[in-house]
Each structure stands twice: as structure tokens, then as C-alpha cells.
Design a protein around this ligand. Structure first.
Ligand code: GLN
Length: 233
């Protein structure tokens, strides 16, 4: 199970998710505290941020702690919307940049924490950039977002359909379009921290008070107007 995190609020550097907090994604890549599946997240990492309304990504297949350019890049990449993930590849999944979150389409950036039988998600999209289960799940969501449906409609529908095809699936998703953020808790932990904006993460990035667990099988929506959590049934 990978670990992912995002920020929506006043512009901050990507180090907000990675190395500023004591248990940011850098530390979580080798010493996650709440990870139930897998022990380290060393099969690659991805960073995403926005240059105006245009998403920018940086994806690698090496452990995040081995990339000597990452600290400088993460300090320089400032945005009101940030997303990052460290990967522990599911057995049988390819290790390649195209299998590494965040996946992208138009303004959208998406990360998946979990696993799903590919047979359950392949029928939901015409194609995916990688054979990785997460890439197919991302393609399923992107197809529907491209049709103009909202995140609030698309994510529960995709998760329900994938879970029907694979009741064991773990489907924690984190998706942003730059001005808003959505996350699904389905089979793994998800936390939020409200400050001058909102932090969303698989597990708390530090030990400050105020981290709140999002109940399993629910959808979190965050915009500059606030945060809501609703059950997915
Ligand atoms: N199944 C995805 C992959 O193989 C995500 C893995 C995870 O969450 N650990 O990359």
C-alpha cells in the first residue's frame, strides 16, 4: 500500500508534504507508522503541483530518498494545490514511471493507495498508460471526468463498480483539479488536518493535534469554501 498526501490552501512548497513535517512522505517511504500492507514504499514516487492552472508532474521509479534532485525541486515547487505519493508496488505490477502516481489527464492529478483486480477495472476505460491496476483505475475516473461529471459523482461511482468486481479491493483515491480536492477512504486509512488550508494524507504527517481520521467508505471533498465528508454506500 503506498502512501499519499495533498495540500489545498495558500501557496506552499512541496516540502510541506515531504520533508518539512517529521513524518512526511520522505520518512513514510521507509518508516510508515500506520501501513498495514507492505513495509516500505521504495518502488518509486511522484510529485504533482500547479503552474497557474496547468498541472506539472515529476515521477521516478527509484526510492524518494535516493533522488539527489528531489529536495531542491520540492523546495522550489510552490502551489496552492500539491499532491505527492510514494509507491510500494503491488505484486505483479510493473515498476515504471507510467505506473507511478500521480496519474494525469487535463487538469486532473490522481493517486491510488491500494490494489484492485485488473479485470474489475479494465472494462471501465478504453485504455491506460500502464498495465498497473492504479493506472486503469485512474483511466476509469478520467474518462468520466472528461465527460464533464463532477468528482463528487465520479469517484463514488467508480469505487462502487470496482468493488462490485473485486470485493477485496482497496480503493483509497486522492484526486485534484487544482482548485479543489477529493479523496476516498476505502480499505485503508485517511486523515485530514485543517489549518489555513487542508492537508489530506494516508497517515498523519506529524504529531500535532488536530489530525482527524476519515471514516472508511467515505468521500472527502475540499474546496476553498470548506471540507465535507459523506458516506459512500
Ligand atoms: N496497486 C498499486 C501499485 O501497484 C498501488 C500500490 C499501493 O498502494 N501500494 O502501484
Amino acid at each position: 500500500m503506498c502512501r499519499h498526501a495533498a495540500w489545498l490552501g495558500p501557496a506552499r512548497a512541496l516540502t510541506t508534504l515531504i520533508s518539512d513535517p517529521e513524518h512526511g512522505l520522505l520518512r513514510q517511504s521507509y518508516a510508515p507508522r500506520l501501513q498495514k500492507y507492505g513495509t516500505v514504499n521504495a518502488d518509486g514516487f511522484g510529485l504533482g503541483w500547479y503552474d497557474g492552472s496547468r498541472p506539472v508532474r515529476y515521477r521516478r521509479t527509484v526510492p524518494i530518498w535516493t533522488d539527489a534532485n528531489m529536495p531542491g525541486l520540492a523546495a522550489a515547487a510552490r502551489s496552492t494545490c500539491l499532491i505527492a505519493a510514494v509507491r510500494s508496488a503491488t505484486v505483479g505490477m510493473p515498476i515504471e514511471e507510467t505506473a507511478t502516481a500521480p496519474f494525469a489527464d487535463g487538469p486532473w492529478l490522481l493517486s491510488h493507495n491500494g490494489r484492485v483486480r485488473r479485470e474489475a477495472v479494465r472494462p471501465l476505460a478504453a485504455d491506460a498508460e500502464s498495465g498497473c491496476d492504479s493506472a486503469w483505475l485512474a483511466a476509469a475516473a478520467f474518462t468520466r471526468l472528461r465527460d464533464g461529471l463532477s468528482l463528487a459523482d465520479v469517484l463514488p461511482a467508480v469505487v462502487r463498480t470496482a468493488a462490485e468486481g473485486d470485493p477485496e479491493a482497496r480503493l483509497n483515491l486522492l484526486v485534484t483539479g487544482g482548485s479543489h480536492l477529493a479523496a476516498v477512504a476505502w480499505g485503508d486509512t485517511l486523515f485530514t488536518h485543517l489549518e489555513e488550508g487542508v492537508l489530506v494524507a494516508s497517515e498523519p504527517l506529524d504529531d500535532r493535534p488536530g489530525w482527524r481520521a476519515v471514516p472508511d467508505r467515505s468521500l472527502l471533498l475540499a474546496s476553498p469554501d470548506g471540507v465535507s465528508v459523506t458516506p459512500i454506500d
